[in-house]
Design a protein around this ligand. Structure first.
Ligand code: ZN
Length: 255
């Protein structure tokens, strides 16, 4: 490598010594091109933060209808076509809760403008050992002014949304943090496990506070491959008419 580096250095030196402005310009052009490509690669890199719908890996909230898929017809077994069915709770995997989930006359998922789910999003990296995103925890971070906020918590330090064993001790968003977010006019909130609410809490305060303000909640995000910072979000819920939630495919890329 050293030898080639040396030869390369020599030819570079000679080219510069030759002193032709055109050569220097060509080299600058090449450098600019390279920088541009580097930037483009970085910006084109969409990260899929959707939990795969695979019964072997998907954690299902205690008491929810488990995800099952079945091949009714299968070409690998001699059928003329492959055709399968799926049964699942709508809140399995990565999904969006619409206000209707906990607000009696709240909007259903199809009534929320899609622009809510496209645009800048800030990922806040919560300390791995924090049991909940409380107001105090939230205020340790720069979050004010962000329109969409996703929390990457201790949930993402384990298997997260790819570990089939549902963890009842998952990190949730505490009502006092939800209140801060709602009061600040945040438009979308997300978390890296099945629910934003403390497991089996008597009153679903976090949901009531956010959904009560018309703020949809993204649950079941797989944020393991993401770090804190600002991203661009592209996320489109399936248009399930008149219902309280929908599965979603969620993509993010670093801004
Ligand atoms: Zn939900």
């Amino acid at each position: 490598m050293a030898k080639w580096g040396c030869v390369h250095g020599l030819s570079l030196g000679l080219a510069l010594l030759a002193g032709t402005a055109a050569t220097a310009q060509n080299m600058q052009d090449m450098r600019d091109k390279h920088d541009k490509r580097d930037k483009r690669d970085k910006h084109d890199k969409w990260i899929d933060v959707t939990a795969p719908l695979d019964p072997a890996t998907l954690p299902v909230y205690t008491g929810d209808v488990p995800l099952t898929m079945e091949f009714k017809l299968d070409m690998r077994k001699g059928d003329k076509v492959t055709y399968s069915t799926m049964e699942t709770g709508i809140h399995s995997g990565t999904h969006i809760d619409a206000p209707m989930h906990f607000i009696r006359d709240g909007k259903s998922i199809d009534q929320i403008p899609l622009t809510t789910f496209m645009g800048p999003v800030r990922v806040i990296d919560i300390a791995a050992d924090a049991p909940a995103v409380t107001a105090a925890e939230l205020n340790k971070h720069t979050w004010k002014g962000a329109t969409r906020i996703f929390f990457r918590t201790g949930n993402s330090h384990g298997g997260g949304m790819a570990d089939v064993h549902f963890n009842q001790q998952f990190v949730y968003i505490a009502p006092d943090a939800a209140q801060l977010l709602a009061d600040a006019g945040v438009e979308l909130v997300g978390i890296d496990y099945n629910s934003a609410e403390k497991f089996h809490s008597d009153v679903p305060r976090t949901h009531q506070i956010l959904l009560g303000k018309g703020i949809p909640i993204v649950e079941g995000l797989d944020l393991r491959a993401v770090t804190g910072g600002d991203y661009e979000l592209l996320m489109l819920p399936i248009p399930i008419i008149g219902h309280e939630a929908a599965p979603v495919r969620a993509l993010m890329r670093k801004k």
